[in-house]
Design a protein around this ligand. Structure first.
Ligand code: FES
Length: 169
């Protein structure tokens, strides 16, 4: 037989149980939110990082001015330190430089058709693409074949006796 004290406890349990259940529900929901934040936050940050990254460009010295006489075309290579997240790597690039009496032009060696690397044939005064026969003149314009547009041209400056190109990094 229950005494009056037991009856009071039972009645108190009945009042507290919903509150305790609600409190546990809030606690579980809070833990779920924290776990979701810890897991989903970095994933969203990683996925969105290319959108946040600003396109940057850098002036890079690629050749001494004296090494490119007027009327000549030659290839030069250079190294850029590329930062990707926490990793930094040195990447090697090349560029074709062509000098006219008025200015220096710099072209990306990637064919504008499907990206094969073009070759300079000095005796023909043309760039040839080995993949599908694209041909460009010394100014980078399409002469024949499937390339839809001229070779990509970099901005160039000549300063302190060196030829510089502006490259997106
Ligand atoms: S990739 Fe150069 S012609 Fe197709």
């Amino acid at each position: 037989m229950k005494n009056s004290h037991d009856q009071a406890d039972a009645s108190l349990d009945g009042q507290l149980k919903p509150t305790r259940r609600r409190l546990l529900g809030w606690l579980v929901a809070g833990i779920n939110l924290v776990v979701a934040g810890v897991v989903v936050g970095p994933v969203l940050g990683y996925v969105a990082s290319p959108l946040r990254r600003k396109a940057k460009s850098e002036w890079v010295p690629v050749l001494d001015e004296a090494e490119l006489p007027v009327g000549q075309t030659r290839e030069a290579s250079f190294v850029l330190r590329i930062r990707d997240g926490f990793a930094e790597t040195d990447q090697k690039y090349s560029v074709f430089l062509h000098r006219t009496p008025d200015r220096v032009m710099a072209f990306d060696p990637a064919c504008t058709h499907l990206g094969c690397r073009v070759k300079w044939m000095g005796d023909k005064d043309r760039y040839f693409c080995p993949c599908h026969g694209g041909v460009f003149n010394a100014d980078g314009k399409v002469v024949s074949g499937p390339p839809p547009k001229p070779l990509e041209e970099y901005p160039v400056k000549v300063e302190d006796g060196r030829i510089w190109i502006q490259k997106k990094v």
